[in-house]
Design a protein around this ligand. Structure first.
Ligand code: ADP
Ligand code: MG
Ligand code: MG
Length: 214
């Protein structure tokens, strides 16, 4: 405990793939209400490709030879290239930028992980030209990373806080009007529906919590 290695990051992405698969119809139904009903399929396809990439790398001994930066970068590129929708490039950018910010460190502690996750979010904001309050994945990701930052040193405690903040941010998207992505076409009619991307983003934070607590 206390640090996070490439194997932990791999466990994160595997757990995320599992959660996305388990929630595929939930994500699709949410996207059917305010989008085009493909978010579950997009994320399931993308994360299955990421798991295939991880399977190809090998077990924990093999993962120890690969830096977090390299692994997260390739996983991110895999998402960009396998998901046609908005979410693929955005989650892909999140992983690639998070990875870049890891530099050549073989393991991260709570402080360096917070910095890396913040870089990931800045990448999503730059790529999607969105900010919080626009009913997107950022409404779960940004409060999660802010809460994580407040955890000061204790990785699991910081992730407890981040998971709660992501869930609250996801829930709060129901009352928001979408101003980015397909849901923005509905304008005011998007109010009353939880954002699919914020829902999958809360799963991403929950998966990190699970992988680190294991
Ligand atoms: P598409 O809308 O292309 O079908 P998905 O359905 O897979 O893609 O993903 C939709 C989700 O992507 C939305 O619920 C929202 O959270 C997120 N999203 C869309 N546009 C943006 C953006 N510009 N910035 C951040 N997130 C966005
Ligand atoms: Mg969609
Ligand atoms: Mg689509």
């Amino acid at each position: 405990e206390g640090t996070i290695s490439t194997a932990t990051f791999a466990a994160w992405l595997r757990e995320y793939a599992r959660l996305v698969g388990e929630n595929e119809s939930v994500l699709t139904d949410l996207d059917a209400a305010i989008g085009d009903a493909d978010h579950g399929a997009n994320m399931t396809r993308g994360m299955a490709a990421v798991v295939a990439y991880l399977d190809g790398l090998g077990g924990d001994d093999a993962l120890a030879e690969v830096s977090p930066a390299t692994m997260l970068g390739k996983a991110g590129m895999t998402l960009v290239s396998t998901v046609g929708g908005a979410s693929g490039p955005l989650y892909g950018t999140f992983l690639m930028r998070t990875g870049q910010a890891c530099g050549d460190a073989p393991e991260l502690d709570a402080t360096t992980l917070a910095t890396a996750l913040r870089a990931g979010i800045e990448g999503v904001q730059a790529r999607g030209k969105a900010t919080t309050g626009e009913k997107t994945m950022l409404d779960a990701l940004v409060p999660a990373v802010e809460a994580f930052d407040g955890g000061q040193g204790d990785l699991v405690a910081a992730l407890d806080a981040a998971t709660s903040a992501a869930d609250a941010g996801r829930d709060a998207t129901t009352d928001l009007t979408a101003t980015k992505g397909r849901a923005s076409y509905l304008g005011e009619r998007s109010v009353g529906h939880q954002d699919p991307g914020a829902t999958s983003a809360a799963l991403l934070i929950a998966a990190l919590h699970t992988a680190v607590a294991q």
